[in-house]
Every structure is written in C-alpha cells, then in structure tokens.
Design a binder for this molecule. Structure first.
Ligand SMILES: *[C@@H]1O[C@H](CO)[C@@H](O)[C@H](O)[C@H]1NC(C)=O
Ligand SMILES: *[C@@H]1O[C@H](CO)[C@@H](O)[C@H](O)[C@H]1NC(C)=O
Ligand SMILES: *[C@@H]1O[C@H](CO)[C@@H](O)[C@H](O)[C@H]1NC(C)=O
Ligand SMILES: *[C@@H]1O[C@H](CO)[C@@H](O)[C@H](O)[C@H]1NC(C)=O
Ligand SMILES: *[C@@H]1O[C@H](CO)[C@@H](O)[C@H](O)[C@H]1NC(C)=O
Length: 628
C-alpha cells in the first residue's frame, strides 16, 4: 500500500499499440536484431501459408460438422453459428461497460478496491477486509472495506470497518493484518498514512469479539504503536503481518521495507501485542529487489496438502516468503527454511530467491494476502486485479478493481521448486451444463470453433497431447523464446503455440489466446511456456497490449494441461495444476454477450495436437449488503 495513488501510470498507461514490456521488468526488453529479422522472415514466409490455413480451418469445420467429434454430452455439435461470421454484432459503450462487471469474482457493489487486508476466520465466517474508497471508483480516502462469506464465493458487504479519522492515518488506513489469539482476542495491525505521508503502524480492535460479524472496530488510543526505524525511508515501512508465536513462546510480527534498493523483512518481537521491538537483523534481504510490500510468510508441508497456521514449525515443513514489488504490480515468492532461533530465513535455491525467481502470477495480480483456514485446513490467497483500460471507464462503470477467485496454495511436491495456486473447491459448485470434447485433432495451423452457447462465464479444463514423433524429430532450436517478448499466438514455431482463444468474436478480429509453446534448447532439452496473448483482445484501448507468461515445468509422463476461468473482463489461467498462473483483464468490444466465442487452435508448424476439454457454464454468485 502506498502513500498516493501509486499505479496511475501503470493502470492507465498511454495508448500504445506496440508490444509493450511486462510491468515487472525495469528496462524494456530489447529483442536482438537477428531475432527480429528471423521473426520478420518467419512472418513473411508464413503469410501465404496463413491463407492456406484458413482454408484448411474452414475445411476442418465443414468436416467436423458432418462428423461431430466425440462428446461426453450429446447436445454439442460444431454449428454454423460458430463459423466465421460476416457481420459481427455491435454493442454500445454502456452495454460494454455493463458487460465488464464480473459474475463470480469478488467485487463490492461499487467504488474502488485495492489490497486485500487482514483475512480472518471467525465464528463460522470468512472475513475479508480490503483497501476501499467509500466515495468513488478511484484511489482516495483509503479505508478498510469489510465483507463476510460462508464459502469464499458468495459475500455480504458490511459497513466500512476503519476510515481515516486521526492524524496518524488521515491520508489513509493502509494495509495490514488481523490476528486471533488462542484466548479469542482479535486485533488488527495496519499502516497509517499521515499528513506528510509518513507511514506509522497502528492497532485497532473489534468492539465486540463475540459478534460473529465483527461489525464495529475501534482504534487503540495509544496509536501509533510504531514509528519508522532509523535508516528507513518514511514511506518505505508498511503492511504489518499477523502475529504468531514461535516454538520458543515468543510472539513475532514482520513488515516489509527496503534499505536503498535492498528489499527486506524486519522482524519484531512482542510480549503484549501492542509494544513491538525490532530485531537488529532482517529475516531476509535481497539486493536490487526494492521495496517489499505486503509481505506474507507461511509454512507449507513437504508431505501432504494440509496447511498450517504461522506458528507451525519443525521438520516436514518449508516456509514461503511472498512480497509485492512496489511499483511493478508483481508478487514474488520463494521457498526456503526458517530458523526460529535466529529469525532468519534461507532460500532453498539462491537463484530462486525472493524477487528474482518465481512469481505468484505472471499477469495482473498484486498485493496478495493469505489466510490460514482452520475449517478446511488450507491456505487461501487473494490479490487484487486492477483495470488496464482508460481511467474514465472506471468512472463510467462506477467500480474499479477485482479480486481473483480465492486460491489455495500448497507446495508442488513433484517439482519441489514451485507452489501450486489453484481456485478453491467451492467455485466448482457454480459449474453447470458441462460439455466434453474428446481428442479433437488439430493439424498444424488449424483453428476450430467450439459451440458451447454462451461463452462469457466459463470454467475450462483442457489437456493437449502433442505428437511424440514430432516432439523428438523437431530440429528447430528456440533458446530465447519468452512469451513476453514474443508476438503472441501469431508467432509460429515448430511445437507451438497451441491452446484456446476465448472472448473471440466470430471474425477473429478480437481474441485472447491462452496457450502452450514448447521451445527446444540447443542442448536438446525442452522448455514449455504458458502464455496469454492480449495483443488482439480489444479493438478499443487497452493500457497493456502485452503477452503475459513464463515457463512451466512439465514433468515426464505429464500431459500439457491448463484450466481457464473466464468471467467477463477477467481471465485466470492455471497451467500444470497451478505451477504457472496468469490473470488478465480484457475489454473486448465485439466478443461480448452472445458475440463471445471459444476456439481451439494449433498454430504450431511441425506438430499436430489432440485436445480434450471439459467446459462448464458458471453461475453468478451473490454479493449483497448484509441485512443488519
Ligand atoms: C475523501 O472524501 C471526501 C468526502 O467525499 C472528499 O471530499 C475528498 O476529496 C476525498 N479525498 C480524497 C483524497 O479522495
Ligand atoms: C456482542 O455480540 C454478541 C453476539 O452478537 C451479543 O450477544 C452481545 O450482546 C454483544 N455484546 C455487547 C456488549 O454488545
Ligand atoms: C545506501 O546508499 C548510500 C549511498 O550509496 C550509502 O552511503 C549507505 O551506506 C547505504 N545504506 C545502506 C543501509 O546500505
Ligand atoms: C502433513 O504434513 C505435516 C508436516 O509435515 C505433518 O505434521 C502431518 O502429520 C501430515 N498430515 C498427514 C495427514 O499426513
Ligand atoms: C496463427 O498465426 C497466424 C500467422 O501469424 C496468425 O495470423 C493467426 O492469427 C494465429 N492464430 C491465432 C489463434 O492466434
């Protein structure tokens, strides 16, 4: 959380129809000249092929119409309606803005939200607090909004819990955490933004801890409880964590900061939960990673999918550090070992250290915060997913920013190097009208419409079988492939891209392809990339006309598989069980309402692919004021 509206430049970047660099890269990535030329030559030489491929696509469509592919349900046949249309539907601006509101993602009825704060399970309710502007769909008057849920998908909005009223938080009640002690006592720690935007740490408590809804909160009269330590910038000190008790019985709290450009975590000890003493040494620091916001710290099991609260310690556990890189809109994690005797943490692999290794999500997902859910013994995380179109659209819509569908987090015990982020199981209760497509054969350069009816609220699970002979035979070497510097799904290689284009209009002038791209390295090894191509998502303005993505480990014997949640203006893609995740926002002009279609495609030049899918329609959730 930040002192002033921080990402105005990023959230609403200037119009640019070129490929723009990913937000997490300080310098624009430069593509070596020879690569550009190779690309150009490849593009030119494929232009003639493209025409042939489209003819082939038509032929395939016609063939498929007469020989419907094997469906689990009987009512799905590739229809004429899905065949490339001549006259696309037209929608007014207000219809478009209305369509952009999501159906099964968390968002308050109106106004602006930002970081999730202080998630808490209390007396049967999941409590979610969040940075909230009660007065408008822009950053300002940052308060703690408050909603509760029984299932993490349907929500009741409660009155705002904390608002900027005191000198120490007058410019914003910024992010923080809640703690529930074994004796039932609950308190919140948050960062107060003062007149001069200095960041001070504050405490608040619910007026009545026996109230399951925790409606009313009161600030501690001794606030602020912590001032910025010497050597730390006044604006580089925020987002206090949940307090936990170590194996030695001492209570701990951590906060993110930076010294010069070294991002780090400060550790505090407390005996009374109000007075905190900082340790001399940070828990961990990584040079060059800048300010660590919203740090999260939690154990994961090496042997099973059970989660634990922060106090868990001992063999069989690893500890995860997550930080949000200020100004870059990206959340990073690293897996390592925590030593409670020294309050130090060491990464398993220094090359995958915090801020230089792995990201929670390679698209739009920031300032995440996790909750240990004692009911289902799982760790669940939310981040915010900002808008990327024009700021005036936010005003017209009356709302801005969403949260991702709550994700469980476990250690990927197969790789040992990754976490798996996966939508909570509750979301599956929204599924209906499941349709199956089995082993749809996709020749190189083909695109096949899937007639699934309405295509704006979907849960899609897809697996792709790549021709093993082609995989072995390919001689194309593509060492430097990177989704983010590629030309998206239009850049064809021997073994990719192949995947699904969603929110695509019938003429394919608007489409968002989500896909795998397999690249062979000089040493013969393969790297699989998982990407989302936003270059053609909308004919209108999009502040991030980018290709998102990263590599994803695909182990021997594993299929290429991803899950994709489509919910109006948000897409959440999870490759290989959640090893690599990409969230994006899209604002089509034609591929909305009944104009939105789904296509399977294989744009590889050297392999055919067999795709099997299951697609469900997703029911909307209920988000409403709690009837107090
Ligand atoms: C906070 O809200 C008040 C009342 O609506 C408004 O006058 C003021 O401009 C807002 N401040 C910011 C920083 O948005
Ligand atoms: C606290 O909340 C509980 C449950 O709603 C209620 O029964 C009790 O009367 C409340 N206590 C006070 C002091 O308001
Ligand atoms: C920060 O950088 C300055 C100038 O390079 C240096 O003098 C100072 O010691 C550094 N501070 C820390 C805490 O490393
Ligand atoms: C899960 O893993 C933890 C930590 O390794 C261990 O303490 C616990 O007993 C395991 N639970 C089951 C059901 O195996
Ligand atoms: C496949 O590549 C061609 C040529 O670059 C491009 O025109 C087409 O749009 C691509 N297909 C998809 C689904 O992106």
């Amino acid at each position: 959380m930040k002192p002033t509206k921080p990402f105005s430049d990023i959230e609403h970047a200037p119009i640019d129809t070129q490929v723009v660099p990913l937000l997490d890269q300080p310098e624009p990535p430069t593509r070596p000249d020879d690569v550009s030329k190779r690309l150009l030559i490849r593009v030119l030489s494929t232009i003639t092929l493209v025409a042939i491929f489209f003819v082939a696509a038509f032929v395939l469509i016609v063939i498929n119409k007469h020989h419907p592919i094997d469906h689990t349900d009987t009512n799905t046949v590739l229809p004429e309606s899905a065949v490339l249309e001549k006259s696309p539907l037209q929608y007014s601006r207000s219809d478009r803005l209305k369509w952009e509101r999501t159906a099964f993602h968390f968002q308050p009825a109106k106004n602006f939200i930002y970081d999730p704060n202080g998630p808490l399970f209390h007396m049967g309710w999941y409590h979610l607090f969040y940075q909230y502007d009660p007065y408008g769909p822009v950053w300002g008057n940052m308060s703690w909004g408050h909603s509760v849920s029984k299932d993490m998908i349907n929500w009741f909005e409660l009155p705002v819990a904390l608002t900027p009223t005191e000198w120490y938080d007058i410019e914003g009640v910024l992010s923080g955490s809640t703690t529930k002690l074994p004796n039932g006592e609950i308190f919140a720690l948050y960062t107060g933004n003062t007149f001069d935007f200095a960041q001070l740490q504050c405490k608040a408590v619910p007026v009545n801890s026996s109230d399951p809804l925790l409606v009313e909160w009161v600030k501690y009269e001794g606030n602020p409880i912590l001032y910025t330590p010497p050597g730390i910038g006044l604006k580089d000190y925020r987002d206090p964590s949940t307090v936990w008790t170590g194996p030695d019985g001492k209570h701990r709290m951590i906060m993110g900061t930076k010294r010069n450009t070294t991002g780090q975590i400060l550790v505090y000890h407390t005996t009374d939960y109000t007075n905190y003493v900082m340790l001399d040494e940070p828990m961990h620091a990584v040079p060059g990673t800048d300010m660590w916001e919203c740090v999260d710290f939690y154990p994961v099991s090496l042997t099973n999918d059970s989660a634990f609260d922060m106090a868990a310690y001992g063999p069989g556990l690893k500890h995860v550090i997550k930080e949000s890189w200020e100004g870059h809109g990206s959340d990073w994690y690293s897996i390592g070992t925590y030593d409670a005797t020294t309050d130090k943490w060491t990464p398993d692999n220094p090359e995958l250290d915090v801020g230089i290794g792995l990201r929670c999500d390679y698209g739009r997902f920031f300032a995440s915060k996790s909750l240990y859910d004692p009911l289902k013994k799982r760790r669940v995380t939310w981040g915010y997913v900002g808008e990327s179109d024009n700021a005036d659209q936010d005003l017209s819509r009356g709302w801005a920013t969403l949260f991702n569908v709550a994700r469980t987090v476990v250690l990927d015990r197969k790789t040992g190097t990754h976490l798996l982020h996966w939508p909570v199981e509750e979301i599956e209760s929204l599924r209906s009208f499941g349709q199956g497509f089995k082993e749809v054969k996709l020749e190189p350069g083909s695109i096949v419409p899937l007639d699934i009816g309405s295509a704006t609220q979907l849960d899609i699970v897809a697996t792709f079988e790549v021709d093993q002979d082609a995989l072995k035979a390919t001689t194309e070497v593509n060492n430097g492939y990177d989704c983010t510097t590629s030309l998206g799904a239009a850049q064809r290689g021997s073994l990719g891209p192949f995947g699904i284009a969603v929110l695509a209009d019938g003429t394919l002038t608007e489409l968002t392809p989500v896909y795998f791209y397999i690249a062979k390295n000089t040493d013969g090894s393969m790297a699989t990339h998982f990407c989302t191509d936003k270059l053609r998502s909308t004919l209108d303005y999009d502040g991030e006309r980018v290709v998102y993505g990263s590599t994803v480990p695909v182990l021997d014997g594993e299929e290429f598989t991803f899950r994709l949640l489509v919910d109006h203006s948000i897409l959440e893609g999870f490759a290989q069980g959640g090893r690599t995740v990409i969230t994006s926002r899209v604002y089509p002009t034609k591929a909305i309402y009944e104009g939105a279609k789904v296509f399977l495609f294989n744009n590889a030049t050297g392999t055919s692919v067999k795709a099997s899918l299951k697609i469900w329609q997703m029911a909307p959730v209920q988000i409403q004021p709690y009837p107090l």
